[in-house]
Design a protein around this ligand. Structure first.
Ligand code: FES
Length: 382
């Protein structure tokens, strides 16, 4: 019994190594421990969420000076705040006094952040301004104290933060993907729906689910199947920092006409589904697009920000409401399955099955390969 946990992790290591070399037609699902073992989660936090570029939302959420949103990146409290100078920053959301998180949720902080505990105050760049009743001390200089700042990049209207000061810039890694999707001009879209939720599943199950079209015509028989049937899915080659596929629109449906003029006619025929791992998932289309920002909140909990962005201004409320309902209904169908997968992968009798071909579950293999490239060996101390 004593060596069973490491045996399970060794099986995960072998499966990840196999994923790196497997062809799309000979790839397999992952062992249960990949989704249930706390050692895997610890490695994911350390090597992915605390080191890679993590998408936390859209620029429209923090559009005006003083606007902020508090986010956890892995285990790290961060506040994304637009300064009174108009610059967007990612600051540590931990008070320099006794570690109270400064901001919660979203809002406008005016000229700065005020700690709710003892009212230390900071300006919108993170500089400490006030320390009530502290008095002058020879061993502490207010002028030298500030909230640590993290790297932040805006990419097509998405906000990415990286906790690792040594990380390479994000945009160059995404240049090939950007070439592919540039005509959609996601940076010119408008956020019309956003919600923060916690789902009861492992975060990787949500990534895999959003990024494969195999289940569109089965699980979503009454919803997405009528729009994006499985038979019209087409995988596209992944890059180092992205992967994805096209989900074709059913030919019998009328095509939207509201997209950017740069779009080619055939781009109205597909939804471009792409992931920027570990956590951003986008279902991009000419007229409106969905996105998910995914982060683990435990081995069987995932924090997810769900949003819809629309190109152009002249969208009737009724059409937006219809799109929101379709999105919510689809996500609810996904949630019913994903909330059950945790029980399945804990079964002592589960053995991983073969993945369907590249057009259907190819992005799942791309995700496994991304993880294999970035995670250390899990069955030995890291
Ligand atoms: Fe923030 Fe004390 S913990 S002022």
């Amino acid at each position: 019994m004593a060596d069973r946990p490491s045996a399970a992790l060794a099986a995960v290591d072998r499966a990840l190594a196999d994923a790196r070399t497997a062809s799309y037609d000979a790839a397999w699902a992952m062992p249960g421990a990949f989704y249930t073992d706390p050692v895997v989660l610890a490695a994911e936090l350390d090597y992915l969420f605390h080191r890679q570029w993590i998408c936390v939302g859209r620029v429209e959420e923090v559009a005006s000076p003083g606007d902020f949103m508090a986010v956890d990146i892995g285990n790290e409290p961060v506040v994304v705040i637009r300064g009174v100078d108009g610059t967007l920053r990612a600051l540590s959301n931990v008070c320099r006094h006794r570690a109270m998180p400064l901001a919660a949720g979203k809002g406008n902080a005016g000229k700065g952040l005020l700690c709710p505990y003892h009212h230390w105050s900071y300006d919108t760049t993170g500089r400490l301004l006030g320390t009530p009743r502290l008095g002058a001390r020879p061993d502490f200089a207010i002028a030298d104290c500030r909230l640590p700042a993290f790297a932040l990049e805006e990419w097509l209207g998405f906000i990415f933060v990286c906790l690792d000061a040594t990380a390479a810039p994000l945009a160059p890694v995404l240049s090939e993907l950007e070439e592919r999707i540039r005509p959609y001009h996601f940076e010119q879209t408008r956020l019309r729906y956003v919600a923060d939720e916690v789902w009861l599943c492992n975060w990787k199950h949500l990534v895999e689910n959003f990024m494969e079209g195999y289940h569109l015509s089965t699980l979503h028989r009454e919803t997405l199947h009528k729009v994006n049937p499985t038979r019209l899915c087409r995988h596209f080659p992944p890059g180092d920092g992205y992967f994805g596929y096209y989900a074709g629109f059913d030919p019998s449906l009328p095509r939207g006409q509201k997209g950017h003029p740069d779009l080619r006619p055939e781009q109205y025929d597909d939804c471009v589904m792409f992931a920027i791992p570990p956590g951003l998932l986008v279902g991009g289309a000419a007229d409106y697009s969905s996105f998910l920002c995914v982060q683990p909140a435990g081995i069987d909990r995932v924090r997810v920000k769900l949003g819809l962005i629309f190109y152009g201004e002249d969208w009737p409320e009724a059409t937006v409401d219809w799109a929101v309902r379709l999105f919510q209904d689809t996500m609810a169908e996904d949630k019913t399955v994903l909330n059950e997968l945790g029980r399945g992968v804990r079964s002592g009798h589960y053995r991983p099955g073969p993945l369907a071909g590249p057009d259907f579950e190819g992005p799942v293999l791309d995700f496994f390969r991304y993880l294999a490239r970035h995670l250390p060996a899990l069955s030995t101390p890291f």
